[in-house]
Every structure is written in structure tokens, then in C-alpha cells.
Design a protein around this ligand. Structure first.
Ligand SMILES: Cc1cc2nc3c(=O)[nH]c(=O)nc-3n(C[C@H](O)[C@H](O)[C@H](O)COP(=O)(O)O)c2cc1C
Length: 241
């Protein structure tokens, strides 16, 4: 199948989404599209390299960045030319969810969502803000200011290959979650893979519900459900041929 997979700037469900994307890359042609926030968030969680490897896996694969597009998002206008069998947006941020449910198309990903409907290409989305209330999620590396004592010779700082550690801060535009700093701070001030509780707002959960009412969109709540939905689409294509 020819699959377009779009990624927005959500850390939640990102690891599992990349896992499904990697599975699909084994037998399908992939175009990966990223929002500007996704480019930063992928790097922060250390998935930048995975995306580049996936794109390089097959010469027909492509990477499309929001930052490479013009104001009219020409790539999304050509969705039907590329003959995509299915489009997936996973993970889908609260921000892009809100824009999609109100019909806004002012980024690469919101234009892809709008054009998928116009081109009648099935769209599967995995929104991250699903139910009002608390969720647990992993955050990117950070320095615990209560523990950092600003050592004169900071070993993690000296050894960071990205030059991203500037105590008591980690420069999130440089950090790629390579974890080379793991266990290097004797005060245990560098926190990696920390789980935090986050509150999903009512408005964001309501917007997710509204997604289900949009024609052409299939909402899934777990990354593994994407594979099941793709199987259904594959069967439909087989029957058609
Ligand atoms: C480390 C990190 C993790 C984030 N995780 C989420 C998330 O799980 N869900 C979400 O809705 N926004 C998350 N955001 C915020 C979005 O990236 C931000 O709202 C951005 O404007 C979304 O843009 P996009 O929808 O065009 O990708 C995260 C931001 C950062 C820096």
C-alpha cells in the first residue's frame, strides 16, 4: 500500500506510534509528513534518527516537512496524484485536533486532513487527548534544579555530544535524547524518562469526540488499532481489484 503518515508535536503515544510506523515500513511505501512542532518533539524524544532511517529504507519513501512548504501547502494539493491508499495522523495533538474539527487548514497537517476528505482518501487519526482527567506520560530529559549544584566541572555538560547541557538547563533545541548523560551526574540532577501526570482538559476531550463526527475520519484510541484499520482498508482494495 501507499501510505501517508503524518506526525504532529505530541510526546504522548509517540513511542507506540513510531513502533506501528516501523512495522508498516516493512511492506509498504511510506511518505512521512511532520508538523514544525513534530520536528522538535521527535528530536527531543530521540526519534529523529528512526524517521530518517525509515525514509531511507525504500527509494520510493519520502519525507515532507511543514517548513519546506509554501503558504498554500502544495504537497497537500497533490495528495490524489500520489495515489495514497490511506492517510494516518499519529500522534495527533490537541492543537491540530481543534483545527481539524473547526475546519481550519493553515499547516501542512491540517491541510492534509482537509484534502484527504476532498480526495476521499481514508484518514485514520490517533488523538492523544482522549478523555478528560489525568493521564501519565513520559517527558523529555531535564535537569532537576533542586538537585543541580552547578558544579564547576560538570561531567554531563562536558561530555554531551550535542552541547545541549547548560546547567541548570538542557537546551531542548539541541538535545536528541541520546542518553549519553545517563548516570554521569553524581547528584542525580539529570532526569531521563520521567513519568508525569498531565490533566486532559474538557475542551480537548470534547474536540476529540467531535473528530468522530467528521466524514472520512476514523478515530482510533490505541496505536495498535491503526494496524487493524489498515487491514480492513487492504481487504476493501483487494475486493475492488
Ligand atoms: C516535549 C513536548 C511534548 C509535547 N507533547 C504534547 C502532547 O502529548 N500532546 C499535545 O497536544 N501537545 C503536546 N506538546 C505541545 C505541542 O507540540 C504544541 O501544542 C504544538 O503547537 C503543536 O503543534 P502541531 O499540532 O502543529 O504539531 C508537546 C510539546 C513538547 C515540547
Amino acid at each position: 500500500m501507499n501510505i501517508l503518515w503524518a506526525i504532529t508535536g505530541a510526546g504522548h503515544l509517540l513511542d507506540e506510534s513510531i513502533g506501528v510506523l516501523e512495522k508498516l515500513a516493512e511492506n509498504n511505501t511510506l511518505t512521512i509528513a511532520t508538523s514544525n512542532a513534530a520536528c522538535e518533539v521527535l528530536k527531543l524524544y530521540g526519534y529523529d534518527k528512526n524517521i530518517r532511517q525509515l525514509v531511507d529504507k525504500n527509494s520510493a519513501n519520502m519525507l515532507v516537512l511543514d517548513s519546506d512548504e509554501k503558504y498554500s501547502f502544495p504537497f497537500s494539493g497533490k495528495l490524489t496524484h500520489h495515489k495514497y491508499d490511506v492517510i494516518i495522523i499519529a500522534p495527533l495533538t490537541a492543537n491540530t485536533t481543534a483545527k481539524i474539527v473547526y475546519g481550519i487548514a493553515d499547516t501542512l497537517i491540517t491541510n492534509i486532513a482537509a484534502q484527504s476528505g476532498k480526495g476521499q482518501i481514508p484518514l485514520i487519526v490517533l488523538p492523544v487527548d482522549q478523555k478528560q482527567g489525568l493521564i501519565k506520560t513520559i517527558i523529555p530529559p531535564y535537569i532537576d534544579k533542586k538537585r543541580c549544584i552547578n558544579c564547576k566541572n560538570c561531567i554531563p555538560k562536558d561530555e554531551c555530544p550535542q552541547n545541549a547541557i547548560n546547567p541548570p538547563k538542557i537546551d531542548t533545541t539541541k538535545c536528541i535524547s541520546c542518553f549519553m548523560c545517563e548516570d554521569k551526574c553524581k547528584y542525580d540532577a539529570i532526569k531521563l524518562n520521567e513519568e508525569i501526570e498531565l490533566y486532559i482538559r474538557k475542551i480537548d476531550a470534547e474536540n476529540t469526540k467531535k473528530l468522530e463526527t467528521i466524514e472520512n475520519i476514523k478515530v482510533v484510541l490505541k496505536p495498535s488499532e491503526i494496524l487493524k484499520e489498515i487491514e480492513k482498508i487492504e481487504k476493501k482494495i483487494e475486493l475492488k481489484n
